[in-house]
Design a protein around this ligand. Sequence first.
Ligand code: ZN
Ligand code: ZN
Length: 200
Amino acid sequence: MSDGHDPLSGIDPELRAWHQGALEGDPAVCGAPQPGHPGFPCIWNTNPHPEHRDVFGRTWTQDRGEPVYVAEWVEQSADGTVTLPTLDFGDVTIPCPEWCTGHLAQPQYRSDLTHNGPVVVAKVETECHGVIEFLQTHLSWAPFAELRPEPYPVAAIEVGDGHDFGPDGVRKVAKALLGHAGRLHRFADDLDHLRDGGES
Ligand SMILES: [Zn+2]
Ligand SMILES: [Zn+2]
């Protein structure tokens, strides 16, 4: 599934999403720069936290230290459920599908609770930005979603920014797309299976 170019391969998609938010200046994410590791800012939310922490779990302290809120991973119960804090329904206990990679104890609205599966991605070398990832794809399911209800899991596919390619670069893109197409076919099969009442 991974070619080994990606320093973040194997990192949970939820963490990667916070990392991405930190890089992009998402106001919900701390984003404090890490001394000695440019490009790996703090991925906690903006509630006070005793230490900054990057996507790999490296921590460093902040100068003007205040208290004490750290989002942790929620442990799954023996029966396969997780109990998650919500802003509108208190603690909510839901069954976690076996492909779910886990949840942070980050209070959020119940409609935003989302199971996320492992990420697969197409990669290609660009002339302008080195190796980039595109068409990041993972199984995703927000069982309480209200605006666009999700009775079944979906494949979340990210369609990325623009990059520049010469002829060889375009060939590399084509090759990466072929490889990714096979992975996407497998996602489609998985989604069929989940709609057929296979294990959720
Ligand atoms: Zn921080
Ligand atoms: Zn889950």
